[in-house]
Ligand binder design. Structure first.
Ligand SMILES: C[S@@+](CC[C@H](N)C(=O)[O-])C[C@H]1O[C@@H](n2cnc3c(N)ncnc32)[C@H](O)[C@@H]1O
Length: 313
């Protein structure tokens, strides 16, 4: 154990910038809302930001928006997400056109249309179809059945972002990342193997108790023991990294904390009222854990003593 984790103050001036950052991919578990607080523990500038579990790449977008890195690696083992990032960055116009066509075509027959797009996506794995599905499905969640077919249902209360809004987000994300981003679809171990001390690695792996990418071609459950060993290896090489990892609601914690032997600084970021308490009128706050590697803590001159300036949880 690390002793008690350190709670990050909830007021943060940087939060007001979040609305301007373009987010084209609606994604369950996106760090969009927490990105300003996560970034407040990053150095003012690094050579390269590496995001091995990118999903909607909320942290890469925020870092690019604030000019805090020159180059980026956006990686996700789920291949259609990596393909979608390639389309966003390299062919924003075509992707926006394709999205607009899908969005217009759905009007007046959304339910059948969603099912038809989902069936087409399951045959082709085409990234523009995935963008439409994520814009329309329940909670923007990527869910596959045992046969490797995307099976999430539509959220019939919403049409998905309008073509105009989506075009603006795609163009914005493309201009932030184009010409300086490598997109990959590898296992995170391959990505971090290639990192060195001048990189900053931000990792947001599947939470404990949650599987990896359930795709027929990528069905492995995420191995948290192996993850801890990979972090030890990164420490050994003096790499700067930050890890978002589980958390707690009130006094109920989720998952095992990362072990003391890794010498990480454990912060807790307030993430608002729990969704269950929002429904039942309770007021328990949810906290997400953020762990900083010793090399990162040193780069931002944060040690446990100065970190105590943030209230103890
Ligand atoms: C919690 S989500 C990351 C969300 C992201 N921070 C965002 O802002 O959208 C975890 C991501 O890791 C990916 N993933 C799961 N196992 C992986 C692995 N072994 N290597 C690389 N990516 C993996 C999933 O496809 C998923 O997109």
């Amino acid at each position: 154990m690390h002793g008690r984790p350190i709670t990050v103050p909830s007021s943060d001036a940087a939060l007001r910038f979040k609305a301007k950052i373009p987010h084209p991919i609606p994604y369950q578990g996106s760090k969009r809302r927490l990105a300003p607080r996560i970034l407040s523990f990053f150095p003012a500038h690094v050579d390269r930001l590496v995001e091995p579990f990118a999903g909607s790449a909320a942290v890469s977008l925020a870092v690019a928006y604030h000019g805090m890195a020159d180059r980026f690696v956006v990686n996700d083992a789920h291949e259609p997400i990596a393909d979608l990032w390639r389309e966003i960055i390299l062919r924003p116009e075509e992707l926006s056109e394709n999205y607009a066509t899908l969005w217009q075509d759905q009007l007046g027959r959304r339910r059948q249309y969603y099912d038809a797009v989902r069936a087409r996506f399951n045959e082709t794995r085409s990234p523009d179809l995935l963008l439409y599905l994520l814009a329309r499905c329940v909670k923007g969640a990527v869910r596959y059945n045992a046969k490797g077919q995307f099976n999430n249902s539509p959220d019939n209360r919403r049409n998905g972002a309008t073509p105009r809004a989506m075009r603006r987000r795609i163009a914005g994300a493309s201009s932030l990342l184009s010409g300086r981003t490598r997109v990959d679809s590898s296992d995170y171990t391959t990505v971090v193997d290639r990192c060195g001390p001048s990189d900053l690695i931000y990792m947001d792996p599947p939470y404990q108790g949650v599987g990896g990418v359930k795709d027929s071609r990528y069905a492995a459950k995420f191995d948290h023991g192996q993850f801890r060993d990979v972090l030890a290896g990164l420490n050994h090489r003096g790499c700067m990294f930050a890890v978002s990892y589980d958390g707690r609601t009130g006094s109920k914690t989720f998952g095992e904390p990362l072990p003391e032997r890794l010498r990480l600084i454990h912060l807790e970021i307030p993430a608002g009222r729990s969704s269950q308490d929002t429904l039942t009128g309770g007021d328990r706050c949810t906290y997400e854990s953020l762990y900083l590697s010793p090399a990162l803590a040193e780069a931002i001159s944060l040690d446990r003593r100065t970190a105590i300036g943030y209230t103890l949880a």
